[in-house]
Design a binder for this molecule. Sequence first.
Ligand code: AMP
Ligand code: ZN
Length: 133
Amino acid sequence: MSDCIFCKIAAGEVPGRKVFEDEHTLAFLDIAGDVDGHILVIPKRHVKNILDCDGETLTQVMRTVKRVADHLTKNCGYDGVNLLNASGESAGQSVPHLHIHIVPRKAGDGIDAWPKFEGAKREIEEVFREIVM
Ligand code: AMP
Ligand code: ZN
């Protein structure tokens, strides 16, 4: 998509610190400056988010997520990773090109990568009956 910043990074039209790429996917550093080693993994083709992503593309993306996570933990001194994704504006997605955030973790790093929830508002059984497939 011509005005998509992540498509431009994938195409090399906008600079990005590319950590890994293959035919279908790209992993590059997030510029947020919020946590060391914050990485985004994207499909090279434009997909808005997980809701309009076909299974094959998602498989390619997650294969790269696994590859980068293995690299971080085997070769870079990290112990674990948090994976984060926002799909849809209501979920807080700010860039409308599918991306999985990888936050590399070390024991005792003090990072709190888990969202701060305010507590469920409805009775669990009622919600369960509504969403069970
Ligand atoms: P989200 O809010 O989940 O859609 O995340 C979007 C992420 O994209 C944010 O963490 C931004 O810091 C990151 N971001 C936006 N523009 C760029 C860019 N040009 N290069 C790298 N990361 C970017
Ligand atoms: Zn795009």
